[in-house]
Design a protein around this ligand. Sequence first.
Ligand SMILES: NCCCC[C@H](N)C(=O)NCC(=O)O
Length: 525
Amino acid sequence: MKEQIQQKLSDSRVARWTALMIVSFTMMCGYFLTDVMSPLENLLTTKGKVVYFTDDTSISADSLISKVELFAAANALSSPELTVEKLEEGAELQYMETVDGQQQTVQKTISSVASGEGWSSTEYGFFSGAYGYINVFLLMLFFGGIILDKMGIRFTGIMSCGFMFAGALIKWYALSTDFGDTMLFGMNMQVILAALGFAIFGMGAEITGITVSKIIVKWFAGKELALALGLQVAMARIGTAIALGASLSVARMMGNVSYPVLFGAIALCIGFVSFLVYCVMDKKEDASALAVRQEEGQSEEEGFRLADLKLIFCSKGFWLITLLCLMFYAGVFPFLKFATKLMIYKYDVPESFAGMIPALLPFGTILLTPVFGSLYDRIGRGATLMIIGSVMLTVVHVLFALPLMNYWWFAVVVMIVLGIAFSLVPSAMWPSVPKIIPMKQLGSAYAIIFYIQNIGLAMVPVLIGWVIDDFATLRDTSGAITGYNYSIPMTIFAVFGVCAVVISLMLRVDDAKKHYGLEEANMKK
Ligand SMILES: NCCCC[C@H](N)C(=O)NCC(=O)O
């Protein structure tokens, strides 16, 4: 009789790719919610209603009413007695506008009206950085890694998905409620509560992130690891791309900034259910792995001990990857929070399309991250890929900072280059971690990397929001905002790029000395 050889569930191609798809879907929903507010910056920082026209221009309701009334008075027309309530879809209005430096009469038709929230750029920056506050200041990401290594994937994943969902609901409640002028800690109550929701969500999203990374290493180690990690990141980027591309349209259609968040919360609910489905597979994988070990007469897998953290803390390669992660991601995710408004004011892109240009970045990475991941699996050169990506990041931000080539097509080209950089570094960085740190400390290692990365994700938006308010906002003599000069904020992002280049070079040198294998292929022949 032929002897049956016991196999792990992860040895089945179908099973491991199915597991990957399920957990990647959960992560995709999380990424959608993370970036859903970025295209709404202009709406959030405008007071009162914002009117959108069919020609894709927009104006605040108050300023539109005064322009229409001025036009009527100047042309001896009967006063339209326009009120904010009368501004509705399909209404046609005539007023004077400056076009190419000339005063002209324009006739426009309203396509939609949405409520602005009147936040300052500082408040917007504070809110955007909230994603990392609990992770960083309450050390929750650090503890999350220990919980993951001690309590396991299923417990930690269910807990973190729960946090994501709860945080999303709080954020939605804050954005859909009018708190009037109620202030807390010198900021509007709405900003504080939305930030609290985002902070709880961010804690859940990051702990889910490390859990998903550990799941993928568990199923794909020694197989198509970098491709699998790349595909997970690619699916996550679909979430970011949909958020950047669709969020403003949803807010305009529904007339309120809270609706995109509500849709995200509903999607997250489905993501939560899909993680529960994965838990069934995870249980089966553990049972099959135990059976294999027993058949091969191997002893029980050694559990995680706190003392094991020493190995992580003492590894120079680990710290270089961590610092590279901090600098590189500080130059990308926080940038995305401000990129839509950059497109409007530096490249003169109509607000309705402005979110589409930053959305190109995640779209590009959807295809390229798995391609570079597969390249790393088969050919290697991980450290080199990280150097090239970091150089590209720096060049991109220098180009955004310089006061030249203010054409929309140039912004598109530069954004595509950023998309390539944003595929190169993650596709090489994440699969490099298991080459430096063994599996049983991997949860804690990813958690520490994410922890340090979150310091950037939390602080950089606060810094940029403040810099925009104090150094980049252009005002007329009455104090009204007339535009923005993005040179200083973009120079700050370029500095992060330069740091990433230096660190990635140091990593390459350290790899040559210590032989982590970063330049070698991942797949065992
Ligand atoms: N906007 C989502 C932030 C996710 C941060 C997360 N810690 C991370 O780095 N994920 C990997 C990636 O490349 O997105």
